[in-house]
Ligand binder design. Sequence first.
Ligand code: BG6
Length: 485
Amino acid sequence: MQNPFIFVLFGATGDLAKNKLFPDLFSLFKKGEFDNDFFIVGFGRRELTDEQFREFVTSELGITNEETWKQFLSHIHYQIGDFNDEKGYLELIDKLKSFDAKMSACLTRIFYLATPPENYNPILDFIDKTKLSLGCIDPSFKEAAHGRAFVRVAIEKPFGKDLDSAKALDEKLAKIFEEKQIFRVDHYLGKETVQNMLVFRFANGLFEPIWNKDNIDHVQITFFEKKGIGNRGRFFDGVGELRDIGQNHLMQLISSVVMEQPKSFNKDDVREARVKAIAAINCIKSEEVEKFVVRGQYEGYKNEKNVDPNSQTETFVAMKFFVNTPRFNHVPFYVRAGKAMEKEQITISLVFKQTCHILFREIGCPETPNILTFKIQPDEGVSFQAIAKEPGTKLSLGTVDMHFSYKEAFGEKVSDAYEKILLDILNGDQMLFNRSDELEHSWEFITAILEGWQNQKSVIKNYAKGTNGPKESNELIEKDGRKWL
Ligand code: BG6
């Protein structure tokens, strides 16, 4: 169970708060993860009282008369404040002090930035200027000596717009906080199925010996979402799929395949292994971007709410690249991500080299070889496509699926990634958070593509909603004699 804490949420009326943070905080509360004493403070511009803010959150989440919800609500408070005006921050200080005083202790303070990214700079500047960053410094409380150690800052993606802005944001954070206080959130690291990649690879002796270029023909990663951008036009337009998904979630999926076994399962070694994996991805050269990257936009995107009618923002991206490690040298990675796709599918597949023909050429081999697929979501699990003898007196070979399903094996709903993320922040455990250099390497890769698009004046390809993206995405892989799975 957590010690008492204060959780200040910037962006308390936004989508993330509504869809993930409040529901998951509530879920943790219901699971008994919190002590009776914790304080959640929404910080926002709207003129609301605590009571009105509680009503707002209740209606946003569509919760009706649940007793535990009412108990949870009593922990929620509100602070009116403009992100660009010192006044709200000064009032916040008094509010936080009153919570400390109530508990006669310096409580752990979490500042969670879930606002549009253009607000990060003013928020961080005022946290610094008003000394909120120093935490509780009331000398009458015995814990006061720890000061800053009790403050943590969590910051949502997108972390910058390109390499330079990411570096600038990081420099600002480093000026205000120590690295151990900074939690750069990528919620994909909190997904059960992504965490399982490490366990599956390194806890089973079976896979590591074949997890290399001698056995793997290529790797495919698909990150398809059925939904379009919905009401998120203001955020998404000008950001695009490459920054929204590519720079963070895709990087984490790639690194889960590429990384070497960490020296130990502790925060530093796991993060180190992840950083090395991301650093090993070969950047695509500007002049080769047209050849190796496909950029698409779904039809009707320009008519979405808050989207520029001439927008050239991509909602789909597919790419081919290589990774420079002894394990994966020369193994192509084909990666695609898109919105408004035919179906929801987030998978990582290792396609092995076809060896069936060595013995069975005359009899005939199935077209597809062994494929190991990690289903990140939905239908979380792992499946392995093997070749087997089909029943009958005549020898004939077919493919079969060996399957592990989370639901069947563990019988319970996979918990939402943000539950893990929130708990780890409260516990001060940074293993599943980006290290500064990790982001730098991922931005190097993404920025090279962005610059390539700009320099080569790349033309965006249209695709119909509910499909698998533009035909150029198929051509990207088919010209190598391979197919998307
Ligand atoms: C977010 C992206 O980080 O991840 C969204 O901004 C995307 O565009 C979402 O839809 C996907 O997350 P999840 O957990 O719903 O798969």
